[in-house]
Every structure is written in C-alpha cells, then in structure tokens.
Design a protein around this ligand. Structure first.
Ligand SMILES: [Zn+2]
Length: 388
C-alpha cells in the first residue's frame, strides 16, 4: 500500500522498540517464530507485509524501552507512555462459530480445503458488511470519541478492526511518572459504567503495559478486511467500503493530541492515595467491613470501634461497649449506646439494629448505597475521583 511506511513513521515514531507478533492459528507441529522486535517503521511494515491476510498482525501499544535482545523482555522502567488505547468489541455467536471453523481449518494448513476456507471467510465478511454486526461497537466508539473530545480537547483516532470491533487511540506528550495500568483501569471502568459503554473491552486497559493492538492498515486474517481509520460522521457503509479497498489517509499525530496525559498525571496520585488508605483499612480494625461482596460483620464491637473510635466504657466480662449515641437526633449526655457482638441498642432513643441498618439510618442511605459502600470500602478518608 502506498504511503504505509510514512504512516507508520508518523503513527509510531521514527525509532522505537516494539514487539510485533502474529499469534499462530495453525499447525502447532511446526515451530514458527511469531514474535519479533521491530525498531522502526520499515521493519514494522515488512512484518505486516509478510503476514498480511494470513495471520493477525499485532504490535505493542507502548515503546517497550531498552530491551534484552536474548529473551525479548521489556524494561518497564524505560517504557514511554505517549498514547492510550481503547477497544470496543461485540459478542456475536455466529461470528464466533465462523472464526472457530476457520481456525480449525487453518490448524490443518493454511491452504487446507482452501475453497471451504474462502467460503467461510466470505460468510463472515457478509455478516459484518451486510448484517452490520459491528455496528454497536462502532456506534459506541463514536459516542466515546465525542465525549472524549469534550473532556480532553480532541477526538481519539478511530480504527475499524477488520472484524467486529474498533479501536480508539489518543496521543499526548510522553508521561513517565504514572502507573499507567492503575490509571487506565480506573478510567475505563468508571467511564464504561457511568456512560454504559457495553462494548468497551476492559481487559485492554487492565493490562495496558503488555497489551498489543492490531496494526493499522493490516488485513484481518479471517475477513480480509483492512484495519482502517474512520471519522465520527462516517456511515457504516463508508467504513466498510474503506475496509474493502483501503488507501492510506493523511495523518497527523498532532490532530489527535489530547490533554488525557495530563489528566492521568493528575488522577494517579489520588488513586494511589486511595489505594493505600483502603489497604490500610483492610489491615486494621475494620475487620470484614470492606471485604468485597456480601460482607458480613462478625463482630459489631470491632465495626463500631473502627468508625466511632474508643468507647466510653468497655465491659469485657459482659461483652459489650458503651458509646454516647451517635445518631444526630439523640443528644446523648451519657453513654447510652450499647454495642454487643451481634448489633447495637440505644437505651436513650431506642434505636437498634446491625451494621447494615446503622449505615443506612446514620447516613440516610438506600440499601443500594450501603451495599456500594461495603463493596468498595470507600470511606471519608479516600478522595472521590470523578471522570470529568
Ligand atoms: Zn440514642
């Protein structure tokens, strides 16, 4: 394809250390080398060219830094983070079956029952083009892009994946002082939940460091469709037409520079702080309070000590603690609030219950809010981080 090396130049940089890989779909008896180090656009192009259409072509999201040639280990200390990658993908049973059939055929040879392979590919391709099965992922990626622009100043660049999903990349000035996995995991989970991006694939952001992405302008091995960029106002048909007969489009990385890197730098220390606070809480008196999912408080004395501090009276032989009643409606001038192993009872105002009822009534929370609190273990000492 004309202009592909200059494109990789602009997209990935002049020089870099990336891994190129083509996961094998076939013939496990023969040892194919499947992972290579590439150091510049030309090498990347050569790898893509050799494998295009037959094997998937993936490369590292980040420059992996200085590398150990012998075992191709990356050096996380030297990794450069200058982009973020998001993936949108749909589940489709029929497409899944067709992929499996192709995989099975190819495991017996790239040209084994070639006619059947071609027919299966065509069926899959038609499913994507005519049945529009990738539409939910593409629509969500467009919605994500618009939101992203509003928050961080520019659209991410979107690529159709060649099958049933799409990718979004944003670029920023390199940042080195953040825990990229922590930040991206948090951001993606929060965004996915808040904005209901059902097709957003969280595994991508969970392990951003090690993640590989499909190389732009490579051909999908099961559909023959090319990984092509698209705009938010491109129709599904426009995108498919490009994927069928692609040409390299003008690209400037500057057009996709966003303030996302600065944003990550801003939230990282807060997320780190919250993690430390939560970790500390887990290891101190809080007992079972923030054990994830269905936390049961075994001993209410520990629970109330963790939130109210030391009691005014402690009666080990009688097995209860006495506090001044914490409920705002009861101005308790002596310690009337008794906490025993299984719950609490106030001699003054008559309130009684267990930890769940306490959190609910004390904070004025709904059942749902109490559950969220117990699930996340977030308390007042952690800092609320919000997506923009
Ligand atoms: Zn009371």
């Amino acid at each position: 394809m004309k202009g592909i090396v200059p494109f990789y130049h602009l997209f990935y940089g002049l020089e870099f250390h990336r891994f190129f890989t083509r996961p094998p779909d076939f013939n496990s008896q023969i040892k194919f080398q499947i992972r290579f180090t590439v150091n510049n656009a030309k090498q990347l192009y050569q790898r893509v060219h050799q494998n295009n259409g037959f094997h998937p072509c993936y490369t590292s999201i980040y420059d992996t830094g200085r590398k150990d040639e012998a075992n191709q280990k990356m050096n996380p200390e030297a990794m450069g983070y200058d982009r973020a990658f998001f993936d949108f993908d749909i589940d489709n049973h029929e497409a899944h079956q067709l992929k499996k059939e192709l995989q099975d055929l190819r495991s017996r040879g790239l040209f084994h029952q070639k006619k059947l392979q071609d027919e299966t590919m065509e069926t899959l391709r038609n499913l994507i083009i005519d049945e529009r099965i990738a539409a939910p992922a593409i629509d969500e990626a467009k919605r994500f892009a618009a939101m992203f622009k509003e928050w961080f100043g520019s659209y991410p660049i979107l690529f159709f994946s060649g099958c049933k999903g799409c990718h979004a990349y944003t670029f920023f000035e390199p940042i080195n002082d953040v825990d990229i996995n922590r930040c991206l995991t948090w951001f993606a989970e929060e965004t996915k939940e808040t904005h209901d991006y059902q097709t957003m694939d969280l595994s991508v952001t969970k392990d951003a460091k090690n993640r590989l992405s499909r190389v732009p302008y490579s051909k999908h091995q099961y559909t023959g469709l090319t990984v092509v960029p698209f705009q938010v106002d491109d129709s599904y048909e426009d995108i498919m037409a490009k994927a069928l007969s692609p040409g390299i489009e003008p690209f400037s990385r500057e057009a996709y520079y966003s303030t996302f890197g600065e944003y990550l730098q801003g939230i990282d220390p807060i997320l780190k702080h919250n993690m430390e606070v939560e970790k500390k809480q887990r290891t101190t008196t809080q007992g079972n309070l923030d054990k994830p999912l269905n936390p049961m408080v075994d001993d209410h004395r520990l629970f109330f000590k963790s939130i109210l501090g030391e009691p005014e009276g402690e009666y080990p032989e009688k097995e209860y603690l006495m506090y001044r009643c914490p409920f705002p409606g009861h101005d308790d001038n002596k310690a009337s609030f008794r906490v025993h192993k299984a719950g609490y009872y106030c001699y003054g105002c008559g309130k009684k219950g267990n930890y769940f009822q306490f959190l609910k009534e004390y904070h004025g929370w709904s059942d749902e809010e109490v559950k969220n609190h117990l699930k996340t273990g977030i308390n007042k000492k952690t800092v609320k981080v919000k997506i923009p």
